[in-house]
Design a protein around this ligand. Structure first.
Ligand code: COA
Length: 299
């Protein structure tokens, strides 16, 4: 049996879509603003009303249409992205954002008015160095006369050379614990109408909890030694219908277990098994974290 048939259960996906929709609508009713940053040539290919939610359209070639500076909005997006990624050093260079994200595709950005964001970051829940970094970039924008919304969460993906296959990156949320990263990715996937989504992440990244909400992650590469971040791998999720969260993983892997990562890679190379990271994606226990993995032998 093909692994995808083995994992087939479209209902689970429907349930998750409803969860994302409900969460996105609630956060919007509490003041979150959703933006889609792209350009005119992409507009007809994108769904500007995912789950019936209106995204505010920003055309980067018609910046005069906004009452505040789009350059400053994107600069803030980019700087706060780097703050959120922090020591992982995975912030996106500004030119990559322009040339490789907003020109060929779109970035989904969540923002709050400045006062709301400052109130949140002063709540005492955030690390002092992160708060200082954020205040600093906001202050610089204010000094330049910027009074628009401040981006604090986002996701982007672009189509690949293979039809319907997308590759995503830069899932982040400075404001944590409300579900904003889940909403950013959910809105974006619906907006893009992506079918297959590839991405790179690390076995010790809590974002695995978010990624697995959109389907099990098939490991295309279980051990990506060309990446600068340790424990990186390449996953594929079938976003439209076929993969489901299996009830039970075959085994749990310590996120630092390089030998296990290499063993899985060997099986992938030899074509003997497929491996999926299933929900809940990752479980933290003190200093360690474990990742639930389903092994599907290939007949
Ligand atoms: C990881 C990150 C995106 C989470 O953002 P967030 O808005 O807090 O995420 P959500 O609120 O949508 O949380 C989704 C799930 O992750 C869990 N989660 C989020 N941060 C967590 C943490 N630090 N520790 C444990 N669980 C965490 C939530 O509890 C929730 O779990 P559940 O719904 O399965 O019960 C954010 O911390 C971040 O930007 N990190 C740095 C950038 C990064 O590493 N991005 C991932 C690139 S692949």
């Amino acid at each position: 049996m093909h692994p995808r048939e083995y994992l087939c259960n479209p209902e689970v996906r429907l349930e998750n879509a409803r969860e994302v929709e409900k969460l996105a609508k609630r956060l919007q009713s509490e003041g979150a603003q959703y933006f889609l940053v792209s350009n005119d040539a992409m507009r007809s290919a994108l769904d500007l009303h995912p789950f019936g939610i209106d995204l505010r359209w920003i055309d980067v070639m018609k910046t005069h249409e906004q009452e505040w500076s789009v350059f400053e909005f994107l600069r803030l997006y980019n700087l706060i992205d780097s703050l959120a990624f922090g020591q992982r050093g995975l912030g996106m260079p500004h030119w990559v954002m322009v040339d490789l994200a907003v020109l060929p595709s779109a970035i989904t950005i969540i923002a709050w008015p400045k006062e709301r964001l400052l109130e949140e970051v002063r709540s005492g829940r955030y690390r002092p160095d992160l708060v200082e970094g954020l205040m600093d970039v906001v202050r610089q924008a204010e000094d330049g006369g910027y009074d628009g919304p401040i981006p604090f969460a986002a996701y982007c993906a672009v189509p690949t050379a293979q039809s319907s296959r997308w590759v995503g990156w830069s899932l982040w949320s400075f404001v944590t614990g409300y579900g904003f990263a889940t909403v950013a990715k959910g809105l974006a996937l619906k907006t893009y109408r992506a079918a297959i989504l590839d991405g790179v992440t690390q076995y010790d990244n809590v974002s695995l909890r978010i990624h697995t909400k959109f389907g099990s992650l098939r490991l295309r590469s279980a051990f990506l030694d060309i990446h600068t971040a340790a424990h990186s791998f390449v996953y594929e999720s079938d976003v439209v219908s076929t993969l489901r969260h299996a009830h039970e993983p075959t085994f749990w892997m310590d996120s630092q277990d390089i030998e296990c990562q290499k063993r899985m890679q060997k099986c992938i190379d030899e074509g003997t098994s497929d491996f999926y990271i299933v929900a809940p994606g990752i479980v933290r226990e003190g200093e360690t974290s474990r990742v639930p993995i389903l092994e599907v032998p290939i007949d």
